[in-house]
Design a protein around this ligand. Structure first.
Ligand SMILES: C[S@@+](CC[C@H](N)C(=O)[O-])C[C@H]1O[C@@H](n2cnc3c(N)ncnc32)[C@H](O)[C@@H]1O
Length: 390
């Protein structure tokens, strides 16, 4: 068991003890106690904590059961597959993108809000609604950010009107599982795609969404989920992060993309269909299937691609970060460049009606980005609690 896991598990337990003490009033709501609660990094990076065969954690497991009850314990164990929280520099870059897109106030949804890393730094003027399945994690976010609304439920069960939100932000849970949600996931898509589709449906036309997802939203061989997304919203762009970009904060090695969408007005045609399809892409002497979007915009792949070998001998695709480059800075620059393509003065966008492997093509498209011209209110809430990020 690595030192990182031990440290995370200890901090999680200390966070929980303090949460309970704050809730029952036996400890005061001081910045120090809140900082301890904010040490919560979830169980995604410490799945072995729940391994009953591992005696090293037996005492803590018993304590966790006592603190959250048998249902809470089972819920905590279930979170290990996708409880990976987003680091503050990425969170900041994404909020900036949302405001740079012209959204300065209104209702914002965060589906799968975890411990509230996005909720805690929402700029002034936004009312953020988080939805979090794990009751303990939801309680932590409510304790840390009492101004945010956090619904403790599965997003599959969330009942809110279509078009209710002005924007969406977050890092959706990834998983090759399908939740029952006949209204918003009739296509039976995997967890991450379901979250994106439902979020887009709950966003008003003209609203925007900036989310991290698994690379499989773009790279899955079947275009079915992407087609449904494209029926609702234009993909303004995507940025692919290096493997391990979330290692420090979330302890995960997955390859993720930031996806930026704009909900389309009824009756308008999609700007592009290029991003619906994947095709063969050469990495060294190996061929992988990758979304055509990145053929058009290779500069939005933040790293050197490689194909390695996984635990079971399978090929694994990854990206080596540029040495010495700050990934969050690169992300911020790429997102800014991506938004430039949508600048109100030029009203240009990429299209895929054309073969994607040639030079990119631009066409004039209707995109109401007047709001982008408006002064961007970048004033932020006071940072409040400074969150530990490792
Ligand atoms: C990748 S984490 C991201 C957390 C947070 N958005 C952040 O970026 O720090 C995904 C979160 O979704 C939650 N989650 C998983 N399945 C869910 C569901 N069906 N409904 C709501 N939340 C869910 C997990 O418990 C986890 O907290």
């Amino acid at each position: 068991m690595g030192v990182g896991e031990v440290g995370r598990a200890r901090r999680n337990m200390e966070s929980l003890r303090t949460l309970h003490a704050l809730e029952d009033g036996s400890r005061p709501r001081t910045p120090e106690n809140l900082t301890t609660v904010a040490g919560w990094t979830g169980w995604g990076a410490v799945p072995r904590f729940f391994d009953d065969a591992d005696p090293r954690w037996a005492a803590e497991r018993d304590e966790l059961r006592a603190l959250v009850g048998e249902d809470g314990y089972r819920a905590a164990r279930r979170t290990t597959i996708n409880a990976h929280y987003t680091g503050p520099a990425f969170v900041d870059a994404m909020w900036h993108t949302l405001t740079d897109l012209g959204l300065h106030q209104g209702r914002v949804l965060e589906p799968g809000s975890g411990s509230g890393n996005f909720l805690g730094v929402a700029p002034h003027g936004f009312q953020v609604t988080g939805v979090e399945l794990d009751p303990t994690t939801a309680r932590i976010s409510r304790m840390l950010y009492p101004d945010a609304e956090v619904r403790t439920e599965s997003f599959a069960d969330t009942r809110l009107p279509r078009g209710f939100f002005d924007g969406v932000i977050g890092n959706v849970p990834f998983g090759d599982i399908t939740l029952h949600d006949p209204t918003f996931n009739a296509g039976g898509h995997s967890l991450h795609d379901h979250f994106i589709l439902k979020s887009l449906a709950l966003t008003r036309p003209g609203g925007v969404a900036v989310v991290f997802s698994s690379r499989y939203t773009l790279d899955a061989t079947s275009p079915a989920a992407r087609r449904e997304m494209n029926a609702l919203a234009d993909l303004l762009g995507a940025v692919r992060l290096p493997t391990g970009a979330h290692r420090r904060t979330a302890g995960t090695e997955v390859v993720t993309d930031v996806l930026v969408f704009r909900r389309r007005e009824p009756g308008r045609e999609p700007v592009s269909t290029a991003w619906e399809t994947v095709g063969p892409h050469q990495v060294g002497d190996q061929t992988v299937r990758r979304n055509h979007y990145f053929d058009l915009f290779p500069e939005h792949v933040l790293g050197e691609e490689y194909v390695g070998h996984g635990m079971y001998g399978e090929n694994t695709y990854g990206l080596t970060a540029t040495p010495d480059a700050e990934v969050a800075d690169q992300l911020r620059a790429s997102l800014a460049a991506l938004l430039e393509l949508w600048d109100g003065a030029q009203r240009k966008a990429w299209t895929a009606a054309e073969p994607p492997r040639t030079a990119r093509r631009f066409t004039g498209v209707p995109f109401d980005s007047d709001a982008r011209q408006a002064s961007v209110d970048k004033s932020r809430n006071p940072p409040g609690l400074s969150r530990a990020d490792s």
